[in-house]
Design a protein around this ligand. Structure first.
Ligand SMILES: Cc1cc2nc3c(=O)[nH]c(=O)nc-3n(C[C@H](O)[C@H](O)[C@H](O)COP(=O)(O)O)c2cc1C
Length: 242
């Protein structure tokens, strides 16, 4: 194992979900700034970055949000709560931005690759993300995908609900990047899905289309905040070599 891998190994081993933080310990909030900036570098579907991260820092706001986290101590004793939000509704705006940035690097004479990138963001992405209210287009896409799929490999995840999963996958990678970064910074975290999403959404004044993926609390662990040893299903049941 090389040095970097050894350091990464330590970070992965050290990250544990912490349920009680030491509220009196010094907390360097710039560690959250750095970690959120690192989280934006997480891999994500089509590089659309359909996510937002909300930092809740002030005591009164934190207390209110902790109530919506169903009173969990992992929330009420934390120094900050970070809400990881999907923004599927921003696909058009973000696709335009990403294509605009890509075009800055295009050579004067546009080749096959540049045409593919342009078609990807201006034709395929609207087909995948553009949905009507009852997702009738999604059902048509499903049938079309099934039909074509009889003859050749094709993407099957094409309706509105499938695209929700797509954005949540990317968001989870950002949340994990954030948590590992906080561990590297010397702090602890707890990812939470135990919360009242409706109340959290109105607390953050989010539009209907936004969804809360998870809320991650941060702070310095109290020894009793670690609930027991780490339990994992044996590797031979999880890791398969084909
Ligand atoms: C998506 C997600 C949601 C979770 N929600 C909660 C939660 O609401 N409350 C909590 O105490 N732990 C929560 N956890 C933490 C898990 O219980 C924890 O990751 C698991 O038991 C493994 O322990 P470890 O993180 O210490 O390795 C959540 C973890 C994930 C990934």
């Amino acid at each position: 194992m090389n040095n970097q891998a050894a350091i990464f190994d330590q970070i992965v081993e050290r990250r544990r979900s912490i349920r009680i933080y030491d509220e009196n310990a010094f907390f360097d909030e710039t560690s959250v700034t750095r970690s959120l900036e690192r989280a934006t570098l997480a891999p994500n579907s089509s590089n659309l970055q359909l996510w937002e991260f909300y930092r809740v820092k002030t005591k009164s706001k934190k207390d209110e949000l902790a109530k919506y986290c169903l009173g969990q101590k992992a929330a009420s004793t934390a120094n900050e709560l970070i809400v990881f939000v999907t923004r599927k509704d921003k696909w058009k705006e973000n696709a335009k931005f990403v294509l605009g940035e890509a075009k800055k690097d295009f050579p004067e004479k546009i080749g096959k690759r540049q045409k593919l990138v342009t078609d990807y963001y201006s034709k395929l992405i609207p087909i995948l993300y553009g949905n009507d209210i009852f997702d009738i287009s999604g059902k048509i896409k499903k049938i079309a995908s099934f039909g074509v799929g009889v003859f050749q490999p094709i993407a099957r995840e094409v309706d509105a609900n499938d695209m929700r999963v797509v954005v949540h996958k990317s968001l989870a990678l950002a949340a994990q990047t954030f948590m590992l970064s906080m561990t590297a910074e010397g702090y602890d975290t707890c990812p939470m899905e135990g919360f009242d999403s409706k109340r959290v959404k109105s607390f953050l004044k989010l539009p209907n289309a936004a969804e809360i993926g998870m809320i991650v609390s941060v702070g310095l662990a109290k020894p009793e905040g670690l609930y027991g040893r780490r339990v994992r299903i044996p590797n031979n049941k999880i890791i398969h070599v084909i």
